[in-house]
Write a protein that binds this ligand. Structure first.
Ligand code: ATP
Length: 354
């Protein structure tokens, strides 16, 4: 399989720099998710990897082969788009066979690949159905099957779940996770949905304003965001930010009304402008203790996995904390909280983690 090597890749549309001087390697045989808000350049970057757009400057290599100006059909790629690309008026089986007909394969090999792909996607029972009989989640599975049956070196997914009915979404995501774990191809997957990225990625390449700001496995990018943007974009809710009016610096120590202990920031202390704390890093208790800070519950909402999110108020400072259902606190109640120093992330004036 191929690494995808981007060297100073830039794409401009008139005055707009959609992709701005990206040098980056997408590692072979793994799932790299290009994640970022609408308009950050992820689709443009993928379209250049596909050969559907030509960079304004810079080069794209598959391993060490320069493909910058190689047409799409000679790049040995599979592609899956937002809307399933399938042939209506034909069966599922025929849809899976069609891309294989130009591959000079024996009838036996074609049949084997169709059956293997259908098995992998859990649609063996649908092979003889017409595509019109199926929901759009299953149709997207057929589009995935068509892309992988040819066994290309690289498979590109452009928001394949976005336009699928809510009921079929979860099943399709589960199926893609299973398929990705069994494929050895280099997979690039575009989405603006951080939950999808956290579920499917081996590594997330987070994009903002045409550049990749951080690339790391999901757990690492979540726990160690290199910027306020990464801390805000990843997670539901995003990271709590404690702004400078709630921070005091004394020598190398940082204090805040959120924690009782002083956090040592060493020689960087004077550069610290904002602190970041994840909602689950705030330990909430119903009883007082010497090291705990007092807060009031001002809002309670249902979080994921049967947990609750509490909006807590420490004077004028407000943060969100994730708590177990059993905690049983209500709006207006008092609670006591503690935080481990190592769970606090420090950011400088530019929003960069230090
Ligand atoms: P979305 O999730 O909304 O698709 P994205 O991160 O994929 O966003 P792109 O589609 O790559 O972003 O677009 C990046 C920027 O380039 C946007 O401002 C978009 O309007 C602009 N753009 C993309 N394609 C073209 C084009 N063909 N002509 C002009 N501007 C374009």
């Amino acid at each position: 399989m191929y690494d995808i090597n981007l060297k100073n890749v830039t794409k401009g549309f008139g005055n707009l720099q959609a992709v701005n001087d990206i040098t980056f390697t997408i590692p072979k045989s793994s799932v790299t998710v290009l994640l970022g808000p609408s308009g950050c350049g992820k689709t443009t970057l993928m379209r250049m990897i596909a050969g559907l757009e030509t960079p304004t400057s810079g080069s794209i290599f598959f391993d060490d082969i320069d493909v910058t100006r190689v047409p799409t059909k000679r790049r040995n790629l599979g592609m899956v788009f937002q809307y399933p690309v399938i042939y209506r008026g034909t069966s599922v089986k025929r849809n899976l066979e069609l891309p294989l007909l130009s591959e000079k394969l024996s009838a036996g090999e074609i049949s084997k690949r169709v059956n293997d792909v259908a098995d992998l996607l859990g649609i063996s029972g649908d092979l003889n159905k017409m595509v019109e009989e199926l929901d759009n989640g299953t149709r997207q599975k057929i589009a995935v099957g068509r892309a992988i049956a040819r066994q290309p070196q690289i498979i590109l997914f452009d928001e394949p779940i976005t336009n699928i009915d809510i009921t079929a979404k979860l099943e399709l995501k589960r199926s893609l996770k299973e398929v990705f774990s069994r494929l050895s191809q280099t997979i690039v997957y575009v989405t603006h949905d951080q939950t999808e990225a956290m579920t499917l990625a081996d590594q997330i390449a987070l994009m903002q304003d045409g550049v990749i700001t951080q690339c790391a496995p999901p757990k690492e990018i979540y726990e160690k965001p290199k910027s306020q943007f990464a801390g805000w974009f990843l997670g539901n809710p995003g990271i709590n930010f404690i702004e400078k009016e709630h921070i005091s610096v004394a020598g190398s120590g940082i204090n805040s009304s959120l924690f009782s202990q002083t956090i040592d920031a060493g020689s960087h202390a004077s550069q610290v402008k904002v602190l970041g704390v994840r909602a689950e890093a705030i330990e909430v208790k119903t009883t007082q203790s010497p090291e705990a800070r007092s807060a009031r519950v001002v809002r309670k909402s249902l979080g994921i996995g049967g947990q609750y999110l509490l909006d807590l108020e420490y004077g004028s400072l407000k943060v969100k904390a994730r708590v177990a259902h059993q905690l049983g606190r209500e709006i207006g109640d008092q609670v006591w909280t503690t935080i481990t120093s190592s769970d606090v992330i420090m950011f400088n004036e530019a929003g960069v983690a230090i």
